[in-house]
Design a protein around this ligand. Structure first.
Ligand SMILES: NC(=O)c1ccc[n+]([C@@H]2O[C@H](COP(=O)([O-])OP(=O)(O)OC[C@H]3O[C@@H](n4cnc5c(N)ncnc54)[C@H](OP(=O)(O)O)[C@@H]3O)[C@@H](O)[C@H]2O)c1
Length: 290
């Protein structure tokens, strides 16, 4: 039988990327998809044929959530920062769930070390680890999905100092020689749909960490690609160490910490293989964002 999949967080950046692939898998009979949502969630963009169930992510919600979550092979959550903590209520309601192979909480970040997480601007990320600890302590199987920087954040938001339109790049430590990990949201959606559509894969993923990224250009490969696209040399500026230290304290902390992972080539565990995904050349990829 095809796995029954509960999906929470459908309206966010990651959620909207995952949704079409999961809806397609549902249509193709590869999964039975059930949308989980808050009372206040806007469901107007969902295909009408999908089953929906409400969660109450508060102290009062346990019995309601247990009933809503009782029959899933896998629950996937892609909540944003304000909702990370509230996933503890999902974990509590999944205790003893008979069919559950694994819970995939909203992580979708890189492999941060404890030292990196000491930066004040990265404090919120610790909440993700607390959800994992809670699941482990309650015996709920859990799978963390780690990624690189999403394509949207790399290209459109220029989060690590590469400006494809402006033909510029920031040099930091050894980043001209080192690879940067980009995860396209399309690849993430492809991989998640593949995982949840196969019961034996789900069983194998319990209490594992998966790492997904589909492009790893070095700084030099970025420079070469931009130079070719623009027909003139790419401007290379320096990201100063004191700016890095300052950025780590506040809202730019994730970008700063990723620049350091890149410049130090300290990305941690490498990619999990997912069959069948076709990548483009760097030139084709970059041209999509011009
Ligand atoms: N690697 C990267 O480049 C990268 C970039 C961005 C994000 N991320 C990670 O990806 C994950 C998803 O982020 P996102 O940007 O997709 O988030 P987002 O767009 O902010 O997601 C919003 C979603 O979270 C739900 N939500 C918001 N507040 C909530 C609360 N208090 N309780 C429960 N649910 C709540 C919303 O539900 P309603 O519809 O009910 O409001 C909505 O579905 C996060 O873990 C984030 O750290 C990674």
């Amino acid at each position: 039988m095809s796995p029954t999949v509960g999906f929470f967080g459908t309206t966010g950046t990651v959620g909207s990327a995952l949704l079409p692939e999961l809806v397609k898998a549902n249509k193709d009979g590869k999964i039975k998809l059930v949308i989980l949502h808050r009372e206040s969630t806007d469901l107007s963009k969902l295909p009408k044929e999908l089953e929906t169930r409400v969660l109450d992510l508060s102290e009062a919600g346990l019995e309601k959530n247990k009933a809503a979550l009782k029959d899933f092979d896998v629950v996937v959550s892609s909540v944003g920062a304000p909702g990370i903590d509230s996933q503890n209520y999902i974990v509590e309601a999944l205790v003893g769930s008979a069919n559950l192979k694994t819970f995939i909480p909203s992580d979708f970040g890189t492999n941060w070390t404890e030292k990196e997480l000491e930066a004040p601007g990265l404090a919120d990320i610790k909440q993700k680890l607390a959800v994992v600890s809670k699941a482990k302590s309650l015996g709920v199987p859990i799978t963390q999905i780690r990624v690189g920087l999403f394509d949207q954040f790399f290209f459109a938001y220029k989060a690590v100092g590469v400006d494809v339109q402006g033909n510029t790049i920031q040099k930091f430590r050894n980043n001209i020689q080192a690879p940067f990990r980009i995860t396209t949201l399309a690849y993430l959606a492809y991989a998640v749909a593949k995982f949840v559509g196969d019961e034996s894969t789900l069983t194998k993923l319990a209490n594992e960490t998966v790492v997904l990224y589909d492009y790893t250009p070095t700084g030099q490969e970025i420079v070469d690609t931009l130079t070719k696209i623009h027909g003139k040399p790419t401007e290379i500026s320096e990201y100063p160490e004191n700016q890095y230290q300052e950025d780590l304290q506040g809202p730019y902390a994730i970008g700063a910490a990723l620049k350091a992972q890149w410049g130090n080539n300290s990305w941690g565990a490498t990619a999990t293989e997912v069959e069948g995904w076709q990548t483009k050349s760097y030139e084709e990829l970059f041209r999509q964002w011009l």
